[in-house]
Design a binder for this molecule. Sequence first.
Ligand code: AMP
Ligand code: ZN
Length: 110
Amino acid sequence: MPECLFCKIVNGEMLAEDEDVIVIADIDPKAPLHALVIPRRHIATLNDLSAADDRLIGAMHRAAARLAREKGYADRGFRTLFNTNGEAGQTVFHLHLHVLAGRPLTWPPG
Ligand code: AMP
Ligand code: ZN
């Protein structure tokens, strides 16, 4: 079942990983680059962060910027975002930072 998130991880289909996070390609990409930076530790939403998570949130953003740089989008531009709960469109309740690049990204989103 190649579309399964857990199979991707088990099979090592990751764009990057470090001690804090893994980075995978989004299964339904909304831009030429659409990746998800996912912490190894379970946190459901941004509402569930504590001060102890500050380092992790920094690591997630540095992983996003590293990916954008490696893919050649650092100077062109890229977008990072968290969706939180229903009206923002969150569908997977394990924290993840979207990284989008490769086309003009309109503002405001949605
Ligand atoms: P959100 O709607 O912000 O919770 O984002 C969830 C994201 O996970 C969506 O962009 C989905 O396309 C993506 N997604 C869901 N299942 C998978 C999967 N098995 N592999 C990769 N991305 C997935
Ligand atoms: Zn989880």
